[in-house]
Ligand binder design. Structure first.
Ligand SMILES: Cc1cc2nc3c(=O)[nH]c(=O)nc-3n(C[C@H](O)[C@H](O)[C@H](O)COP(=O)(O)OP(=O)(O)OC[C@H]3O[C@@H](n4cnc5c(N)ncnc54)[C@H](O)[C@@H]3O)c2cc1C
Length: 346
């Protein structure tokens, strides 16, 4: 098996040992065996946030394909409904299930590819919602002591596209629990583009099905929905995170550079910048590609790097390094990759 067969970017080399686990006891046994043998090991979901090197991976990859969603009214905070989801469930099936069951809180996360188990790893977010707003806890097989623990969301250092799991806390997510509100209405719409698509004012609520449909349509228009006929979706989604800089630094950027003050109350707050704007204004346009390379910037969105058919991981990285350098030399901002890089660095 190759990473190219298992990831949405369709690149990456051979895997020395590959297993797929469809039940939780199977996941636990395979993971523990691999730890016992001191193997290098990674858990894999949908491969939609992973860029692996073209070289052979010498360790073990365990693809987690467990399934199951259960609902309970007990045990959640604020009388919400608790949804417990096995790690291998497709995230978008969870979002669809919630919308169809009259449960709000994750409708704006509709259409994000990948598995439920990977969702807390980078605290998935889109269109004004982040997983941390509804994640109650995870069931976690901890590499430190081999124990299965329930970790509350507050123990995971969830932040903008990050968590302690992404930053090196080793182990495997077996299931996640979400606390969702029982209502047919969405959370207040807090993202301008989504509000415009729905033709409502910011802060208003719409029906869950309507919110989900609008998000799916917006995502499709940007190549951010995995679709067989869309070459722009052969990507890992956004390749760079929006950089966070000091207010002082942001003052010296061009006035039209979009920015969001993260804590308006603070005297010197951090400021989030638009990575897409920085890339475009460093001279890189949609569809851009280096000469002779099969890696290209998406034709719909400058933040996504795509495989145009026969790209290697190295070609994707060359394009990423080129963009990184252009933005650094033009604006002094070092973009950070969003996907997990395996055997590669910028
Ligand atoms: C077209 C497209 C659009 C996207 N849009 C968004 C978006 O809007 N917002 C967003 O946040 N992300 C987005 N992404 C990125 C991606 O979909 C998410 O990060 C998703 O959560 C990754 O899930 P996965 O199962 O594919 O993870 P994988 O790529 O399989 O794994 C990613 C990382 O998580 C680890 N991991 C996976 N499963 C487990 C587990 N059970 N336990 C412990 N570690 C695990 C892996 O080892 C790896 O380090 C997009 C990607 C694509 C291709």
């Amino acid at each position: 098996m190759r990473f190219a067969d298992l990831t949405t970017l369709k690149v990456g080399g051979e895997i020395a040992t590959f297993h797929e686990a469809t039940t939780t006891p199977e996941v636990i046994e395979l993971v523990k065996d691999s730890w016992r043998e001191h193997d290098e090991m990674i858990a894999l979901g949908g491969g939609s946030n992973l860029l692996a090197s073209d070289d052979e991976y010498p360790g073990t990859v365990i693809k987690i394909s467990t399934r199951g969603i259960t609902q309970s009214d007990a045990g959640s905070s604020d009388g919400k409904v608790l949804l417990t989801v096995q790690a291998g469930e497709l995230w978008d099936d969870v979002a669809r299930f919630a919308c169809e069951s009259g449960l709000s809180g994750i409708e704006a996360l509709s259409g994000i590819p990948g598995s439920a188990g990977a969702a807390p790893v980078q605290n998935i977010g889109a269109y004004g919602q982040e997983l941390c707003e509804t994640l109650e806890s995870i069931e976690f097989l901890d590499e430190r002591d081999g124990e299965i623990k329930t970790l509350s969301a507050s123990e995971l250092d969830l932040g903008y596209r990050t968590s302690s799991l992404k930053q090196g806390r080793r182990g495997v997510v077996l299931s996640i629990s979400l606390a969702l509100k029982k209502t047919e209405l969405s959370e207040p719409i807090s993202y301008s583009q989504l509000a415009a698509k729905l033709e409502v004012e910011l802060g208003l609520r719409v029906g869950l099905a309507e919110a989900r449909q609008a998000v799916l349509e917006l995502r499709a228009s940007k190549g951010m929905l995995l679709q067989a006929g869309d070459p722009d979706s052969v990507s890992a989604g956004s390749f760079f995170t929006n950089p966070i800089v000091s207010e002082n630094f942001a003052r010296n950027l061009p006035k039209d550079c979009p920015h969001w003050i993260l804590d308006p109350e603070a005297p010197e707050s951090a400021v989030k910048l638009s990575a897409a704007w920085l890339i475009e204004h460093s001279g890189i346009q949609r569809g851009f590609s280096l000469p002779g390379s099969s890696a290209a910037v998406s034709s719909k969105h400058t933040l996504a790097l795509t495989n145009r058919g026969s790209a290697t991981a190295e070609e994707i990285m060359q394009l990423a390094r080129f963009i990184h350098l252009r933005v650094l030399s033009q604006f002094g901002v070092a973009l950070q990759p969003e996907p997990v890089l395996l055997g590669l660095s910028l």
